[in-house]
Design a protein around this ligand. Structure first.
Ligand code: HXC
Length: 510
């Protein structure tokens, strides 16, 4: 027995070394942790239960029969994050560059299937060279098996991808079908085809960083939802994110103890809105003052900054926040902001996370660039997402709610449960100046008349009261009481029952 145990330990020790000391050192020299070190940082100490440590590839071409490494380039299993189960796979770049073989794919598929059955999130840590070149079509088939499971798990368990090294070819499409992608600055990049292929096909000269680094994907393509400075920061933040998420669509949203009173008032909110309607203020301040202990996990912070999305808690329970940001483009809705927020709203709805929406929006962004870029369809995504969502929806209009954007931003008409407005709210078809210039076009030569008409319009429509008179706004509330109103509302709506008509699935304007 002793010998067998010693043999097991020796095999384990060999497997833990992956591609060997030299490759581990090279990994460290690049500022990266190894797959196992990453898992250690991510999971609660001692909680990792590994599967498939001794799995080897079955290829024999190109001398592969004599070149086998236990684990075959991916470390898989499950463990705990703050006491809650999570499945994890981490590509091991020290073994065949983390490339995907048939056996490697089977390891991932196994934990995907288990995560789905167990109803727990799955997180993939990427650092890999794509399909195992020596295996050819067996690797391609392996990818497709993984992709299929990504799709089946979508909306059932949270799926998160963290890109911590190269991620190209087949490796990009599995992350793309997960709920969130995060990257590590300077050491990670993602693209379908690398700089060499780009040069050959399009004659563009571009570096890996320019083509698919963290800056590109968090600010331009919006492929990634956030980026961090190093592996440890990324993984620690992933623990924080996991804490906000339910384990599955069948699980309760997580609730942690909160010492922050639900009725905490914040007098500074009464002064948040500047006297001048065109002066910006930071909507993030409102979120931070409303959530428990100012703890807000922002999603997509570097992209479409005219809208804020992210998770916070009220009374210890997770809430998804969507908020126009007047600091950027006056908080206007454009294609990027609509896409970003729509995806976030749908995530929350999948996992029964209530939505709180803060509105200060001057409308949709006019112009050829937006129209040619499909603003109608992108704007419709957000409208569709809010309208189909059956989770509790609490909306607070702080200032402008103009035009179609009023409707879109979780209005009463698209099943907002509680719709509040601050006294500073202006709910109208458009700003007073634009409105008067249209309806009194004949008087535009007379500035005095126009000024009088503008005042008249402002007095009548640029307030929350016309909407409140019609019941579109449930109550005009004092800003300092916003947290209490939301907390009470979410308590009320905890067991909300609302179902959409039966359908196979909807046809959201993609
Ligand atoms: C087998 C691979 C590999 C691969 C890397 N390695 N990629 N082995 N299959 N795809 C091995 C290398 O041989 C090397 O082995 C080790 O991993 C480290 O690679 P290096 O090239 O030395 O590292 P680095 O300079 O950091 O470059 C990393 C890299 C590069 C950018 C990822 O290796 C690379 O471009 N690899 C090929 C990428 C690629 O074209 N993949 C196929 C995509 S097609 P040793 O023994 O020397 O340590 C695809 C199709 C799927 O994925 C589509 C499905 C939809």
């Amino acid at each position: 027995m002793k010998d067998i145990l010693a043999e097991l330990e020796a095999r384990r020790a060999r497997a833990r070394l992956g591609g060997g000391e030299a490759r581990i050192e090279a990994q460290h020299a690049r500022g990266k942790l190894t797959a196992r070190e990453r898992i250690d940082v991510f999971l609660d100490p001692g909680s990792f239960e590994e599967f498939g440590m001794f799995v080897e590839h079955r290829a024999s071409d190109f001398g592969m029969a004599a070149n086998k490494v236990a684990g075959d380039g991916v470390v898989t299993g499950w463990g705990m994050v703050n006491g809650r189960p999570v499945f994890v796979f981490a590509k091991d770049f020290t073994v065949f560059g983390g490339s995907l073989s048939e056996a490697h794919a089977e390891k991932i598929v196994k934990i995907q299937d288990m995560a789905l059955k167990a109803g727990a999130p799955i997180i993939g840590l990427y650092d890999a060279g794509g399909a195992r070149i020596q295996e050819g079509v067996a690797a391609l088939g392996g990818y497709a098996e993984v992709f299929q499971r990504n799709v089946l798990a979508s909306g059932v368990i949270p799926q998160i991808s963290v890109i911590m090294g190269p991620c190209a070819g087949g490796d990009v499409y599995s992350p793309a079908m997960t709920d969130f992608i995060f990257m590590v600055r300077d050491t990670s990049y993602m693209f379908v085809t690398g700089p060499d292929v780009v040069k050959t096909v399009t004659n563009e000269t571009v570096t890996a960083e320019e083509l698919g680094g963290a800056t590109v994907h968090t600010t331009r393509s919006a492929i990634a939802d956030g980026a961090y400075d190093n592996d440890v920061e990324a993984l620690t933040e992933m623990r924080r994110l996991i804490d906000f998420l339910p384990l599955s669509n069948r699980a309760e949203i997580p609730e942690i103890e909160s010492a922050d009173p639900h009725d905490r008032e914040d007098a500074s909110l009464d002064r948040l809105i500047p006297d001048s309607a065109n002066k910006p203020y930071d909507m993030r301040d409102l979120i931070l003052k409303v959530v428990d202990a100012s703890d807000f996990f922002e999603i997509g912070a570097a992209f479409a900054k005219n809208i804020l999305t992210g998770f916070g808690r009220i009374e210890g329970r997770t809430v998804g926040f969507v908020a126009n940001q007047p600091m950027v483009l006056a908080g206007v809705l454009d294609s990027d902001a609509s896409r970003k927020a729509a995806r976030f709203v749908r995530f929350c709805d999948c996992f029964e996370i209530p939505l709180v929406t803060f509105v200060d929006v001057p409308g949709f962004l006019p112009g050829t660039a937006q129209e040619y870029g499909g603003l109608i369809k992108h704007g419709a995504k957000l409208l569709f997402a809010f309208a189909e969502a059956t989770v509790p929806k609490v909306t607070v209009i702080t200032r402008k709610a103009y035009g179609g954007a009023y409707d879109v931003m979780s209005s009463k008409h698209i099943r907002g449960d509680l719709n509040y407005a601050w006294p500073t709210a202006e709910i109208a078809v458009m700003g007073a100046k634009g409105a008067v210039e249209i309806i009194y076009r004949k008087e535009t030569g007379d500035p005095e008349k126009i000024a009088a008409r503008t005042r008249e319009y402002e007095e009548r429509f640029m307030s929350p009261f016309v909407a409140a008179e019609r019941g579109y706004i449930d109550e005009v509330i004092r800003p300092h009481s916003t947290r209490r109103r939301i907390a009470n509302g979410l308590r009320l709506l905890r067991d909300k029952q609302l179902e959409n008509p039966w359908k196979k699935h909807d046809n959201i304007p993609l």
